[in-house]
Design a protein around this ligand. Structure first.
Ligand code: PLP
Length: 383
């Protein structure tokens, strides 16, 4: 018996009907919309905000995210507006010399690519892009990343789950190898945390960033970053007032402070105590924590196993080791891509297309019937 039942009723029906595209953005939870409405009302009623209003939800949100990634100290969490902000913050503090290399993988998401590409060019370093192995290859993509690491590697900047095809990288092994050569491990968990277990105690990243509007169910424009010890005394991108020590004492703000708030407190974006978004983020993270990522994997595994016979009728087999919430279905030659797109639309389904793959990203609001519609569309598109 799965731990989690279908959670559709927590969403407006029209937001989730046929929606197999959580990797693009989350449908909005009713609780998140309610939090926003309440926040608007609260804002009207409280023109004169109390000082704790700037800090209370911020602390709670940081605690919820810390819980999600099994981080014992929420002071290691910063509130960032995007993954790219967390990556830029990291790059600003990471030493890189001429002749060193930074490792990324093929088709990595731009927010975890451009910063490194630019940094390598500026510093005369090499950006090493590890290619995706062919489907019949005996070594895994992670094996190839491990093989690419050498004594000149300054960092591996990688995702926990590849955004296009759902490959899960073996972060524990990559951490061990980066430790051997004293390199950083920077993880983009945007396509994993919330839906796939993300335990920083297990793979001990130096930095982990995640956008908040996908598997974390938050509004667009929010994100989270965990910063480990290597970042403890670094420089933030911007010097805002709220990240300085003692900033809750509003009368004393121009008694300028050299010290920042503890640990990652220095890296949060200016105006992060956004009075509308913070309550939405809190409602979202509380729900995601209540679901539990392992339960979401289990729920989605059930959705896939239910259509395995139909997929095989469509000439497609899924690999055993993969994420359940984000699956890149590589379309075999006998499937007509254009017809498939038409069939998918006609069935009222929403998915994404990435190259010659169709990305299907279900969650606990999806039903076996929607998955059967998907398989039906694939079967009808065989030429
Ligand atoms: C792997 C990954 N990282 C990051 C993002 C979003 O990046 P940002 O928060 O910088 O807009 C996406 C969006 O699709 C993604 O798939």
């Amino acid at each position: 018996m799965p731990q989690l039942n279908n959670q559709r009723l927590l969403f407006p029906e029209k937001a989730v009907a046929g929606y197999l595209n959580g990797a693009s953005r989350a449908p909005q939870l009713k609780a998140v919309a309610a939090a926003a409405k309440h926040a608007l009302w609260w804002r009207e009623e409280n023109a004169a905000m109390s000082i704790p209003a700037f800090f209370k939800d911020v602390e709670l949100v940081r605690q919820e995210f810390a819980k999600l990634i099994n981080c014992s100290d929420y002071n290691r969490i910063a509130l960032v507006p995007s993954t790219s902000y967390g990556i830029a913050t990291t790059a600003n503090n990471m030493p890189l010399s001429k002749g060193q290399n930074i490792i990324v993988v093929e088709d990595q998401f731009p927010s975890n690519y451009y910063t490194w590409a630019k940094m390598c060019t500026t510093n005369g370093a090499e950006l090493r892009i590890v290619a995706r192995p062919e489907p019949d290859s005996s070594d895994s993509w992670s094996d190839r990343v491990l093989a690419a690491i050498d004594h000149k590697t300054a960092a591996v900047a990688i995702a926990q789950t590849h955004w296009a095809d759902g490959t899960i990288f073996d972060l524990k092994a990559i951490r061990a190898r980066t430790n051997d050569v004293d390199a950083w491990l920077v993880v983009d968990a945007t396509q994993s945390v919330g839906a796939y277990p993300t335990d920083i105690a297990e793979f001990q990243p130096d930095v982990l960033c995640a956008g908040g509007y996908k598997w974390l169910m938050g509004p667009y424009g929010c994100g989270y970053a965990y910063f480990g010890e290597r970042m403890d005394n670094g420089s933030p991108i911007e010097e805002n007032w709220i990240n300085r020590a003692g900033s809750e004492d509003f009368r004393n703000l121009v008694n300028y402070q050299d010290d920042y708030r503890p640990l990652a407190g220095r890296y949060s974006v200016g105006q992060h105590s956004n009075f509308i978004m913070m309550p939405m983020q809190l409602a979202a993270l509380q729900q995601v924590n209540a679901w539990g990522a392992a339960n979401i994997q289990e729920y989605c595994a059930g959705l896939w196993s239910g259509i395995a016979p139909l997929l095989s009728k469509a000439g497609m087999e899924l690999s055993e080791v993969r994420a359940q919430h984000l699956v890149g279905l590589k379309l075999p030659a006998h499937i007509d891509g254009e017809q498939l797109a038409t069939e998918i639309e006609r069935s009222g389904l929403s998915v994404s297309y990435r190259g010659d793959s169709m990305r299907v990203s279900p969650n606990c609001y999806n039903t076996p019937e929607e998955m059967a519609e998907l398989a039906g569309a694939l079967i009808r598109s065989k030429n």
